[in-house]
Design a binder for this molecule. Structure first.
Ligand SMILES: Cc1cc2nc3c(=O)[nH]c(=O)nc-3n(C[C@H](O)[C@H](O)[C@H](O)COP(=O)(O)OP(=O)(O)OC[C@H]3O[C@@H](n4cnc5c(N)ncnc54)[C@H](O)[C@@H]3O)c2cc1C
Length: 507
């Protein structure tokens, strides 16, 4: 069974680790702990297990780990290995009004799997493996705790199939986490996002009932799409134990291109025209000049990386359209595509930067094509105006006929007198800078009519924005939460929803 990969060590002995977030924590009494141990294959109250379950890849917590803290620890970690055990754990916790926070790879970058109010951390990595595969219909069942490499190895080696979902966090994340966050892989232009791939779900509700949604046939008119109700719910509406997915034969054709555009807006427009003509090259990534210099050593150009995989006839037709729509751009060395492939999942610089006092994070948003050039300029300008910003940059990572995802990266550092002064002042500066940077990007996105997240989700970090991001329909989400989880035990304090366990603390 694969296990989560922590972002950085916690610099404290397990018994010395402290909680950084100031929330009210729910404990587990001996009787409940015993009944949970009877209900599920393994439970742990070890300090080391509780400390790891108290954090994910939320960048703000990297600096805290260097100080021996995690955001918030659970009282107990439960490790079920099948749906019946998940059901039994939830029924017990629902009766006892104990919060339950589902977790997969804990690779989320918004603090979504942090057990804010203690209680039980529900580690789903034990529900792993590939279930039924229907080759004729290209449908496969995948258990929620299966990590990315195991999904692809199982489908490819045993069936000659692929899911086509390649997030940068492939090695770090699970099927359940992809679904719960509405994840996107790097090849999403051809295969879709996870919400396009999923056909049905098995879900355990807060009171322990097990339900199945969708998955009976291609399309249906059987009321609203209940599968999509749980996709993106980030563990607040139910626990996903299995998904049914659209899969594809492993493609035999592949093609690559690289271009340089004079401006980011020119490159965006070429992407728009390519999608508009019905071409969907798996990878179509446009980097601004800052990122083109950093990633490809190209000066004064905006690099577009194109890679497609499919039936060879389809690849040829797709690249013919790409070539026509990029005819005004400079043709660049295909070594850029190799370089992207080699380094695309390398995030080894992240933790060392935080540990050296540099604040780094990424924000992914989406908007329609007409809004994107203005959004790009507005966000970079707003970030540059936040005192302490060292650099801000962007690339376009996922494209559609109606718009695209812009992925911003920013870095900042406290002024020298703060950095070398009282550690409490430095921490305060970092929290304030981080919050302001996120506020600025989100405000600009909402002003442009865009979506405040494209694939990382909301979690804790973006909770304060969701009511504004959704407008009046936020009340519909809150009503669904009340109906499906009346005691509010499932992942309380996330998605900006009210928590019965107390207010959400911001560091
Ligand atoms: C280096 C790096 C690169 C990344 N690149 C990408 C990328 O390219 N594309 C992308 O989409 N994301 C990316 N992410 C973000 C993250 O990997 C995804 O959000 C991923 O889908 C989370 O999966 P996980 O298994 O780690 O879930 P976790 O982090 O454990 O959980 C995330 C949320 O899902 C809920 N959850 C988890 N499992 C279940 C379940 N079975 N049922 C109900 N709720 C559940 C949790 O409660 C939590 O709210 C990246 C993260 C990192 C650190």
């Amino acid at each position: 069974m694969s296990q989560p990969t922590p972002v950085t060590p916690i610099d404290a002995a397990p018994s010395e680790v402290t909680d950084r977030l100031d929330t009210q924590r729910v404990g587990i009494d001996d009787d409940l702990a015993r009944r949970l141990a009877d209900a599920c294959d393994a439970v742990s109250v070890l300090d080391a297990d509780r400390a790891e379950a108290g954090r994910d890849w939320w960048p703000l917590a990297i600096g805290w780990a260097a100080g021996g803290s995690v955001p918030s620890r659970p009282a107990l970690v439960a490790r079920p290995t099948d749906t019946a055990q998940v059901s039994a754990v939830l029924a017990l916790c629902n009766d006892a009004r104990v919060p339950v926070t589902p977790a997969g790879g804990r690779s989320g970058v918004c603090g979504a799997s942090i057990p804010l109010f203690g209680g039980v951390a529900l580690d789903l990595c034990g529900l792993a493996g590939i279930g039924d595969v229907d080759d004729a219909s290209l449908v496969a069942d995948l258990r929620a705790g299966t990590f990315g490499p195991d999904v692809e190895a199982g489908l490819r080696n045993d069936h000659g199939l692929t899911l086509g979902h390649w997030p940068q966090s492939m090695d770090l994340s699970t099927v359940g986490g992809w679904l719960a966050c509405r994840g996107a892989g790097q090849y999403s232009n051809r295969y879709g996002k996870i919400e396009d791939m999923v056909l049905g779900l098995e879900v355990v509700l807060a009171d322990g009932r097990v339900v199945r949604t969708g998955g009976h046939g291609p399309r249906s008119a059987t009321g609203p799409d209940l599968t999509q109700l749980f996709v993106g719910s980030e563990g607040t509406l139910g626990v996903i134990t299995e998904g049914r997915f659209r899969v594809h034969p492993v493609p035999s054709g592949e093609g690559r291109r690289a271009f340089g555009f004079a401006s980011f807006a020119d490159g965006l427009d070429a992407c728009r025209r390519i999608l508009r003509r019905g071409a969907t090259p798996a990878v179509l990534r446009l980097y601004d000049t800052t990122e083109s210099r950093r990633s490809f050593d190209e000066v004064d150009t905006n690099v577009l990386i194109v890679l497609d995989e499919a039936d060879p006839g389809l690849v040829d037709a797709t690249l013919a359209i790409v070539d026509q729509e990029c005819s005004g751009a400079d043709v660049l060395d295909l070594a850029h595509v190799d370089r992207w492939l080699t380094h695309r999942n390398d995030v080894s610089a992240l933790a060392p930067l935080w540990r050296s006092g540099v604040v780094v994070d990424t924000v992914e948003v989406s908007a329609r094509w007409a809004a994107l050039p203005g959004l790009y300029t507005a966000v970079l300008g707003a970030l540059a105006d936040v005192p302490g910003t060292l650099v801000a940059s962007s690339h376009q990572s996922h494209a559609y006929t109606d718009g695209a995802c812009l992925y911003f990266t920013f870095a900042g550092r406290p002024p020298e007198e703060v950095a070398s002064g009282d550690p409490a002042d430095r921490d305060g500066w970092i929290s304030a800078y981080y919050r302001r940077a996120w506020d600025e990007v989100t405000r600009a996105t909402i002003s442009a009519g865009g979506a405040i997240s494209h694939h990382h989700g909301i979690g804790l970090n973006r909770g304060r924005f969701l009511a504004d991001g959704l407008g009046a329909s936020f009340a519909v989400l809150a009503s669904m939460k009340d109906a499906l989880d009346p005691h509010g035990i499932l992942n309380p304090g996330k998605l900006g929803l009210d928590s019965p366990f107390g207010p959400v603390a911001w560091p």
